[in-house]
Write a protein that binds this ligand. Sequence first.
Ligand code: SKM
Length: 274
Amino acid sequence: MTRAAVLGSPIAHSLSPHLHRAAYEALGLYDWKYESFECDEAALPGLLDGLGPGWAGLSLTMPLKRAVLPLLDTVSDLAVEVGGANTVIFSEGGRHGDNTDVYGIVAALTEAGIRPPRGATILGGGATAASTLAALRELGLSQATLVVRDPARAGETARVAERLGTALSVRTFEELESVLDVDLVVSTLPSGAADGFAGRLAGVPALFDVVYAPWPTRLASAVEAAGGIVVGGFPMLLHQAVRQVEMMTGRTDVPVEAMRAAGKAEIVRRAAPG
Ligand code: SKM
């Protein structure tokens, strides 16, 4: 049996098992198994050391993407640039870290027809904001505004911007109104945290809200009702998982639509009463 899993804390909500298992089934990889394990930064070194043979790879989510870097044998240039790996691939060469979030964001925005030529404002300053900066650079944008609660804590993301060559201005939420004349607003805030800004952000032309459940968020509904384009977190999650399956299995015929259908079905199942 070949094994893979998603690690993080909390992890119960993760849709990754549903996405990856749908891919294994459609690819005929019947002896592949994908699980989820609750794991925080403190438990990560021991968990990695304890994995036996037969492991193909891991997906990593909060709070492990930065913490894993010193535990790897090799790290892709992109993961170094954005300061975080959400993927570990095991091979004879050891543990290799990579980042598929950037690919997921580019694919989700492209699929929705969004190309931000003039500027983007990103709410939140964590690992997803860093991946967003790299994705926007890939789409041709090398200047952005970061809106955070405490600019003193945006240091790591500001260093990522420096490495990417992106001109970054950092603002606080009190200054939000002054940075909304952009083609795209990206909210990397956790579920519920952006609800309070729904009124002020309603008029933006396009919103990418990384939350995927519960969906739509109040913010997404407000932007959509005002005629803006809205992209949710599910397409990003889907496309980063597609890339992970490619990297873990070595297959190039990964069934995007089977994975999309499985993920959507699980979201609907969870939203159903009872
Ligand atoms: O980067 C991804 C990660 O690979 C898996 C995940 C999840 O299972 O919720 C979320 C993102 O952080």
